[in-house]
Design a protein around this ligand. Structure first.
Ligand code: ADP
Ligand code: MG
Length: 601
């Protein structure tokens, strides 16, 4: 369990612009198919604005032409017109919002599917670099951040800009001198907005990093909850979480401070603008002849100034949304752009006889810089069983992962029936080679679902009889007899309702139900007792008679009968032969054999 609180990728640290053309273009791909909704919304924006901005103008007419001069004629029509404008604005704004929200939901749905497909298609190396917790965040939180942009971001910012321009034009046309006077407050506003933006940017960066740390911590501790409890780490973990949590809270508070300050100051500047109008009016009233016009102008100006400042006041909130969305887009684009190139298929090497079901030819591989496999060569003749033996970490599992192309081979070649695996379509390769590994991955569902999965992968649906047969072959039916549901017994989350050994039996049944051409066992009986092991062996033997099997094991009892034993040491094949040959030879294998006997197993 790691106690490192702040772990963030570069992408989590880099929190740049609120708007980035390259990223926007990437998002645009997902919006384009729903362009009609965008057009609807874009057309409605100016209409909504027109309905809204016409309202103060009607008020001005009412004051100047009717109320101030005591002329009640037609006033009721003006009132009705005002009501009509309000209603029209609501309706137009409703459809504008509806269209944009629908657009957001549909594009995000597409984006989610695209990401999911992309992630499912990645090689194992990708998942080594990308922890599950971070992937989850990408696929949920990040998409949500982008979604929020549709709800409150881009389109409203765009609409706000139009509205503010329209207001400025109307004000200028009403009285350009008064407008200039009002707008003397704008430089102050810009300085403020700029300052607030910087403050927010800093705190958002901190929030994001802290949030990532918090998610990573929670995920790690929940997954390892049993270890936390068994080692009585609850208090320590809670204390650590408290610390991370407090850091997150403080970062959030500082962003709230910046936001509140901005809100209050924009409000104050708006009032200052109104005060300027009032001052001008007071001065004008003393001198001017047309006081009525002045009153009307003042009223309408105050209305427009208010409408002008509201978008500015909300700007910081929208800015936050935009910035979050851009950061999220950046991470999602990064995710979508991760593609591992396929290694080119090499010429089929000499010495790979047509009767070799599987051949490893001078295979080299490294996860990082340290080579893990160094020139491994051996063959599995068709219908034979080959066992790989070696100490923990000698590269047995790695060899198997290369065979199924979970990882891409470094140098050399692996061939199946004479064909380079890189030339085989992945679906073909995985249909022909079935792996049972040490940690059997089960999915929430019934025993039947989990066993039938193997058949589904090979392109056909397993019947209940086939599943039943596979289950009895590995002796799982005896265990299932304790469960009233039988084949329909739930296996729990990640197979949690079964013991590690039972999970392995299930994985065996799954592999056998699939009727594999080549069966690969990677310490597949590590968790079961010798009795169950024997049962499995018999079941596998029966099913795999005359077929090819590659097995790795650290327990020698399971490999004694292999046609050929390959001994691996630090990524190199050091010995090959049958059990008797290798024992007689008195090398590494014989040494292992002796320890094994001493251990009494
Ligand atoms: N995903 C991985 N990333 C980096 N190194 C790995 C990874 N998986 C295994 N290794 C390293 O590769 C070596 C061989 O591992 P493995 O093939 O699993 O050994 P074995 O199955 O024989 O116990 C070990 O030193 C192990 O630490
Ligand atoms: Mg292993």
């Amino acid at each position: 369990m790691s106690t490192q609180p702040a772990r963030a990728t570069v992408a989590e640290n880099v929190l740049g612009k609120a708007y980035d053309l390259r990223l926007m273009r990437q998002l645009w791909r997902f919006v384009v198919p729903h362009w009609r909704l965008l057009v609807i919304s874009a057309c409605l924006i100016p209409i909504t604005i027109a309905f809204e901005l016409a309202q103060p103008y009607l008020v001005k007419i009412a004051i100047v032409d009717h109320i101030a001069v005591g002329n009640g004629d037609g006033l009721e029509w003006l009132a009705l017109g005002f009501l009509g404008l309000v209603a029209a604005q609501s309706v137009s704004s409703f459809f504008e919002q509806w269209a944009i929200q629908l657009l957001g939901q549909r594009s995000m749905h597409d984006l989610r599917l695209t990401i999911y497909d992309h992630v499912l298609g990645r090689r194992a190396a990708f998942f080594d670099r990308m922890p599950v917790g971070r992937l989850m965040t990408r696929m949920t939180n990040d998409i949500e951040s982008i979604n929020e942009m549709f709800a409150a971001g881009v389109v409203t910012l765009f609409a706000d800009a139009i509205k503010m321009t329209a207001i400025a034009i109307i004000m200028f046309s009403l009285d350009w001198q008064l407008t200039l006077l009002t707008f003397t407050t704008l430089p102050l506003l810009m300085i403020l907005v700029n300052y607030a933006r910087n403050a927010m940017r800093t705190s958002f960066r901190v929030i994001r990093v802290r949030l990532a740390a918090m998610n990573a911590f929670v995920q790690e501790h929940l997954l390892g909850i049993k270890v936390v409890q068994v080692f009585r780490r609850e208090d320590a973990a809670a204390g650590e979480y408290d610390l991370i949590n407090a850091g997150h809270r403080d970062a959030y508070l500082s962003s709230i401070r910046a936001d509140s300050l901005m809100y209050a100051l924009v409000e104050a500047i708006g009032i200052l603008a109104i005060a300027l109008v009032a001052w001008w009016a007071a001065r004008d009233l003393g001198a001017s002849t047309s006081t009525i016009a002045t009153v009307g102008l003042v009223v309408v100006f105050i209305e427009y100034i208010n409408k002008f400042f509201i978008p500015v006041r909300d700007l910081s909130a929208k800015y936050a949304v935009m910035q979050g969305a851009m950061a999220a887009t950046e991470r999602i684009v990064e995710l979508l752009e991760t593609e591992e190139p396929d290694a080119p298929a090499t010429e089929i090497k000499a010495g790979t006889g047509p009767d070799a079901a599987v051949a490893f030819d001078r295979v080299e591989f490294a996860y990082g810089d340290e080579p893990v496999l160094r020139g491994v060569s051996f063959e599995i003749p068709r219908g034979k069983t080959v066992a790989i033996v070696g100490a923990t970490g000698s590269g047995k599992s790695t060899l198997i992962k290369l065979l199924t192309r979970l990882y891409e081979i470094g140098e050399g070649a692996i061939t199946i029936a004479g064909t380079d695996i890189r030339a085989l379509p992945p679906a073909d390769l995985r249909r022909r080679v079935t792996v049972v590994s040490q940690d059997a991955a089960l999915f929430a569902g019934s025993v039947f679902d989990n066993v039938a999965l193997g058949a589904v992968a090979s392109g056909r649906t397993a019947t209940r009889e086939e599943v039943q047969q596979a289950v009895s072959r590995v002796g799982l039916d005896r265990l299932l007899s304790n469960r009233p549901e039988g084949l329909d017994a739930p296996v729990g989350d990640r197979g949690g309702a079964f013991s590690a050994g039972e999970r392995q039996l299930l994985a065996f049944a799954r592999a056998l139900a699939r009727d594999p051409e080549i069966l690969v066992l990677d310490e597949a009986t590590a968790h079961v007792d010798p009795e169950a092991e024997e049962l499995i062996e018999r079941g596998v033997d029966e099913r795999m008679r005359g077929r090819t099997t590659l097995g790795s094991a650290h327990r020698l009892s399971t490999i004694r009968h292999a046609d050929q034993i390959v001994v691996l040491e630090r990524g190199r094949v050091v010995e090959r032969g049958t059990h008797d040959e290798l024992v007689a030879r008195g090398g590494v294998y014989a040494q292992l054999e002796r320890t094994f006997h001493r251990a009494g197993r």
